[in-house]
Design a protein around this ligand. Structure first.
Ligand code: HEM
Length: 506
């Protein structure tokens, strides 16, 4: 028996040795330092995945500005020097974003492969729709619809009693429903005067919220490569979300966003795309518009509630805005309205949101090298990148760098205000001004097209809860971040926290 075990062990060792000898990649001249890790295929997946920030900090200490690591079958060259980020953003010629984005999106949302010419679709046209409907003048109607929808959801229950609820659950249910109605429209008459249809609306939103939670929870696993079909209930939840976004339902709604309207018009004549196929693409928009906004809104409110100074300063800013616009706070019968331009003029609330984003954001920016090429770093050193490799940036390293942000673990509500109380845009590392110092929305070609709307939504939410509610957070322990979503955007809290609230003046 002992002999058999020894024999099996010897064979395994021989296979492992052969693997390392013949299949392990070796560093070539001019390439960054290389770490393959010990596990065949997986490489350093576990070390990186368990704490990307610590992993990359340790490599920066050891290797300096760049390192290549094998992670889950792919080679990632991490650029660790923030002054070299723009070298990546500017190099669209050798570094592709679209292919990676479309592949990931297909894997997760199950939509068609739009790179196939038979669909006659282009990424550029889709991107143009984002810019046209989420930015510039398009932000005005989007903002006013969101304002109306937020108050519709918040003020539905007019009970005067104190209520205790999880802060995440409170933020989630209000932002999800208001965001859903803003993007995909609503049956206005039903929401106003038809009890039966109003009940049907509540059931639909409740179901959509639950399906979204199930799908979003599994999101990191699906991105990591686990087939969606083997995670219980997830595919059904994803398909149910898409089902409700079919054009036959959306066409019945009014106040539909220009984004959804234009995408419907764009997809309608596409050959080989059935109704559910179109709806799956709208599900991508549902996820993109909610998955980061919900936790970002939570953290903004959470940090504001924890800091009496932040709370007081935000209240003063909102009260000033109400006075300037001749409105009164807390009157549930007379909805408050702040325009996009007025929201743009709230630097304090903006600073609270930027600080909450800095502390909770953990996205990764990835590009794929289309050719063998040389990348010149800010220091002037040149690194060779192989075709097919990924080049990655991890902005959390910048956000949590004590040279850039004093006491980076701490929430400082006025960190993003300058000495005149306006938006601060000058941050330094090693005495040099940094261009990219806050990147929760990514940067370069892949920068989030919904970023202006997202910040507006969160501002509206904070302003409205300050207008309508008396609020208190229960307990004062700091909430840990759930790192299982690191790389995918805004992290969620590990658990919810209770808070108590009551409508003012009722
Ligand atoms: C706090 C909220 C948000 C955060 C932190 C956020 C962050 C991001 C990030 C990091 C990316 C990817 C960048 C990359 O891969 O390099 C992205 C992409 C995207 N986001 Fe956002 N986002 C937010 C809200 C929104 C909203 C509200 C919308 C739409 C209404 C939206 C629409 C999109 C779209 C469509 C893309 C894909 C763009 C493309 O494929 O080029 N996002 N977002």
């Amino acid at each position: 028996m002992a002999g058999l075990v020894m024999g099996v062990l010897t064979v395994l060792l021989a296979i492992l040795a052969a693997w390392f000898l013949f299949f392990t990649r070796r560093r070539r001249e001019d390439e960054p330092p290389l770490e393959n890790g010990w596990l065949p295929y997986l490489g350093l997946a576990f070390q990186f995945g368990s704490n990307p920030l610590e992993f990359l900090r340790s490599r920066q200490k050891k290797y300096g500005d760049a390192v290549t690591c094998k992670i889950a079958g792919s080679y990632f060259t991490f650029i660790l020097d923030p002054f070299s980020y723009c070298a990546v953003f500017r190099n669209g010629k050798n570094l592709d974003f679209q292919k990676f984005a479309i592949e990931t999106s297909r894997k997760v949302f199950g939509h068609a492969d739009f790179t196939d010419p038979k669909y006659n679709l282009t990424y550029e046209e889709l991107h143009h729709i984002f810019r046209q409907t989420l930015q510039g003048p398009a932000l005005h109607p989007l903002t006013s619809n969101m304002m109306e929808n937020l108050q519709f959801v918040m003020l539905r229950s007019k009970t005067s009693a104190w209520t205790t609820e999880g802060l995440y659950s409170f933020t989630f249910r209000i932002m999800f429903e208001a965001g859903y109605l803003t993007l995909f429209g609503k049956d206005e008459k039903a929401l106003r005067d038809d009890t039966e249809r109003f009940e049907a609306h509540k059931v639909l939103i409740h179901k959509a919220m639950n399906d979204f939670k199930v799908f979003d929870k599994a999101f990191p696993l699906i991105v990591a490569g686990l087939p969606i079909g083997i995670i219980r209930g997830v595919k059904a939840a994803r398909e149910a979300l898409a089902e409700r976004l079919q054009h036959k339902y959306l066409k019945k709604n009014s106040s539909i966003s220009a984004l959804t309207e234009q995408r419907m018009r764009y997809f309608d004549p596409v050959p080989y795309l059935d109704e559910l196929g179109k709806a799956r693409t709208h599900n991508v928009m549902l996820w993109a518009s909610q998955a980061n906004t919900l936790p970002a809104t939570f953290w903004s409110l959470y940090y504001m509630l924890r800091s009496p100074e932040a709370m007081q300063a935000a209240k003063t800013e909102v009260e000033n805005m109400l006075q300037e616009t001749n409105q009164k706070s807390g009157d549930a019968e007379k909805p408050v309205s702040f325009s996009k331009d007025q929201l743009d003029n709230m630097p304090l609330t903006n600073s609270i949101i930027s600080e909450a984003l800095r502390l909770s954001s953990a996205s990764i920016m990835i590009r794929i090298a289309t050719e063998n090429f040389t990348l010149t770093l800010d220091s002037g050193s040149k690194i060779a990148i192989r075709k097919g490799d990924r080049v990655a940036l991890y902005p959390q390293m910048v956000h949590m760098d004590s040279d850039i942000y004093e006491d980076p673990e701490e929430f400082k509500f006025n960190r993003f205000l300058d000495e005149n109380g306006q938006k601060k845009t000058t941050f330094y590392k090693n005495g040099r001004k940094l261009k990219s110092y806050l990147m929760p929305f990514g940067s370069g070609i892949s920068e989030c097209p919904g970023r202006f709307f997202a910040v507006n939504e969160i501002k509206q939410f904070l302003a409205l809860v300050l207008c309508y509610y008396d609020m208190e957070l229960q307990g004062d322990e700091a909430l840990p971040l759930d790192n299982s979503r690191a790389g995918l955007g805004i992290l969620q809290p590990k658990q919810d926290v209770l808070f108590t609230y009551k409508l003012k003046n009722t």
